[in-house]
Design a protein around this ligand. Structure first.
Ligand code: ATP
Ligand code: MG
Length: 247
């Protein structure tokens, strides 16, 4: 059974066919890369999966369950977790509180009462995520005081602290320098080799080819191609779609 499956998904905004009949799957443990020119419907596809956008038609299943109309917070509780294209941290809170808040909000059903002075499971999840993303040294800092690349790591830690079964990342290395990109790429590889299923949107095709098990290419809201990453990226229609674009 696929972890995530999209069947003929459409998201139209009036006359704008942002996503127009897209079908693909993420298998358990797979890292699926998604590329496409600006405006090709990548973020809207993720929005449809996480119910930030409503489906015009089509069907989405998560571990075999139809989640096409399930509400966002319920999806997060089921383990479908995303990061956004822009940074969304609370500037007044420390790095640790930002991550802990995510763990508490979305892992609420997994919490239980423990004796005074003991750690709640959300604290444990938070600390594990901070360690995983190499953020323990900056846990008491305000996110705004940190470099952009570090802020993005905090975002990934927030997602991780909720205990995801599928992580969707919308351009996790956008705006980063090469060293920061490689750092994030190593983190994603590491999480994936631990069995975490992921869907990663990224303009940096070279980076995505190094990470992905499967590549999905969108163009004008439609699926242009999908398959083995290197072979898919080499297809004439894929190369054509990228001529003159940011990638
Ligand atoms: N809420 C909305 N209302 C109207 N149009 C929208 C909305 N969201 C997205 N669109 C349009 O849908 C199309 C696809 O946008 P989307 O953000 O999914 O593209 P993208 O592939 O993520 O692009 P980028 O690489 O620039 O992030 C664009 O034409 C965009 O303007
Ligand atoms: Mg986008």
């Amino acid at each position: 059974m696929s972890r995530l499956e999209l069947q003929d998904v459409r998201v139209h905004f009036g006359g704008v066919k942002a996503v127009d009949g897209v079908s693909f799957a993420v298998e358990p443990g797979q890292l699926v890369g998604m590329v496409g020119p600006n405006g090709s419907g990548k973020s809207t596809t993720v929005n449809a999966v996480t119910r930030t956008a409503d489906l015009t038609s089509g069907r989405i299943t998560f571990d075999g369950e139809d989640v096409s109309t399930v509400r966002p917070h319920v999806l997060r509780r089921k383990g479908l977790v995303r990061t956004f294209q822009g940074i969304r941290l609370i500037p007044e809170l420390s790095v640790r509180d930002n991550v802990r808040l995510a763990a508490e909000q979305d892992g609420s059903r997994r919490r239980w009462r423990v004796g005074r002075g003991e750690k709640l499971p959300s604290d444990t999840a938070c600390d594990a995520a901070l360690e995983r993303l190499d953020l323990l040294d900056v846990r008491d800092e305000a996110p705004s005081a940190l470099p952009y690349g570090t802020q993005r790591r905090v975002e990934i830690a927030r997602a991780l602290a909720t205990g995801p079964r599928l992580l969707l990342l919308d351009e996790p290395v956008a705006g980063m320098n090469r060293a920061e990109r490689e750092e994030i790429a190593a983190v994603l590889t590491d999480l994936n080799s631990d069995g975490l299923s992921m869907l990663v949107i990224e303009h940096d095709l070279r980076l995505l080819l190094a990470l992905s098990d499967h590549l999905v290419v969108l163009n004008f809201g439609r699926l242009l191609a999908q398959g083995e990453p290197a072979a898919t990226a080499a297809l004439p229609e894929v190369r054509q779609a990228y001529l003159g674009s940011a990638a």
